[in-house]
Design a binder for this molecule. Structure first.
Ligand code: GDP
Length: 401
């Protein structure tokens, strides 16, 4: 194991080697609010930026130097996360790393990471090297509690790792959508996966933006609230896990979430549940007929898996379907387009969040809005009129300063 070196240089070296300890330390630094840590974080980030610039100028060499599956391929796989850090650090107004900022950074992360030539895309039956060529594939996973998300991610993640991929798992907690999510679920259920050197299970997306060298990122969310939309806006593919039951379950399913889904996976298709899983597959397939396709290049599909058996119980098929999606989206240019649009969405989210932060920091506006809140509560003033007054006050105070 590496020596644990907490100096900026030590962390930098560690990050380049994909060292998990260095990664965890770097994340802590970037998220820290103490000025000492922040200074160190800045130094680390500028080192990374420098390297990023150097890499960009020699990109052709970089892409040619794909190493073995495990370790040693630092050059390519780091390109992506370094971009994330770059976009984090370029925000000079950033006082602390908010979840939104981090999510935005994640969304913009892969801007130039898919530039490798499609000639490398000679997908062999073994494993498409395309995704390893400095590309990242972000997959969102949603579904109601108990559907088997953790179990699926564990099985799926282990399968991906067995193919030589590096996998990171992030979770978004819908209850803290504004801060970008916190710990979700019980990560100890993914024991095997979190112990694997090629996997990185991290409970928060803001932290995960620094996940260096992990080429497949699974973003998990509970199928409630706004979190699906947020997740759908940072991932390349949105996957919905559903239980092996149709009818009522499906009725209760919000139409919105079906519209977001690129793939529906009926989980627990094993043992006595196989028949109901088949039935669910049919029901979801027909339900999807009434849902408008997100892109002309891909029609949402419904497959069945069991997360309890081996890869042959549908896990492998799930990955092949996802890869097929990735390849189609990429070769048609649709993926780049989607990521571009996501970056725009996150730009505006960031604008809103920063404006709100500024507004909340303004003492005059704050005291005024406290009074207005009371008036609105008592129905002494229309909410719209109060909102207008707050914004007006804020603009005045902005121009005054
Ligand atoms: P989550 O809340 O969506 O993360 O669901 P969990 O992964 O915790 O799984 C909920 C329950 O379903 C657990 O008792 C699992 O053992 C079980 N489960 C998960 N996947 C499968 C599966 O493929 N087949 C069967 N039979 N049970 C499963």
């Amino acid at each position: 194991a590496r020596r644990r070196d907490d100096s900026v240089d030590g962390l930098f070296e560690g990050l380049l080697e994909g060292d998990r300890y260095a990664l965890a330390r770097a994340i802590t630094l970037v998220e820290s609010t103490t000025s000492k840590h922040r200074a160190q974080a800045q130094e680390l980030l500028s080192k990374i930026l420098e390297r990023e610039a150097a890499l960009a100028s020699e990109q052709s060499t970089t892409l040619a130097s794909v190493g073995p599956l495990k370790g040693g391929d630092g050059e390519t796989s780091e390109t992506i996360p370094l971009k994330r850090i770059a976009s984090l650090s370029s925000d000079k107004n950033q006082k602390r790393l908010t979840g939104n900022a981090a999510m935005a950074a994640a969304a913009s992360a892969t801007s130039s990471s898919s530039s490798s030539s499609s000639s490398s895309n000679t997908a062999t039956s073994q494993e498409s090297p395309a995704i390893r060529l400095g590309k990242s594939f972000r997959i969102g996973l949603s579904g109601p509690p108990g559907v088997g998300k953790s179990t699926f991610i564990e099985a799926f993640g282990m399968y991906l790792v067995s193919l030589g991929h590096k996998v990171s798992v992030l979770a978004v907690d819908p209850s803290s959508a504004r801060t970008g999510g916190s710990i979700l679920g019980d990560k100890t259920r993914m024991t095997e996966l979190s112990r694997d050197d090629n996997a990185y299970v991290r409970p928060s997306p803001s932290r995960g933006t620094l996940a260096a060298g992990y080429d497949i990122c699974l973003v998990e969310t509970v199928g409630v609230g706004q979190s699906e939309t947020m997740v759908a806006d940072i991932v390349d593919m949105f996957v919905l896990l559903v239980p092996p039951a149709g009818g009522d379950e499906l009725q209760g399913m919000k139409k919105g979430i079906m519209e977001l889904s690129d793939l529906v996976i009926v989980n627990k298709s094993d043992g006595a549940l196989v028949d109901s899983a088949r039935y669910a597959q049919i029901e979801y397939t027909s339900a999807l007929k009434f849902v408008k396709a997100i892109t002309e290049h891909w029609k949402a599909r419904v497959i069945r898996v069991s997360s309890m058996g081996g890869p042959e119980t549908g896990i492998q098929n799930a990955w092949e379907t996802m890869k097929e999606y990735f390849d189609i989206m990429e070769s048609t240019g649709e993926l780049q387009k989607k990521r571009g649009e996501q970056r725009q969405i996150w730009m505006w989210r960031q604008v809103k969040s920063e404006l709100m932060d500024l507004l909340n920091e303004d003492t005059q506006v704050r005291s005024m809005s406290k009074e207005l809140e009371v008036k609105v509560l008592r129905n002494e003033m229309m909410s719209g009129a109060a909102a207008h007054l707050i914004v007006e006050k804020f603009m005045k105070s902005m121009t005054a300063s």
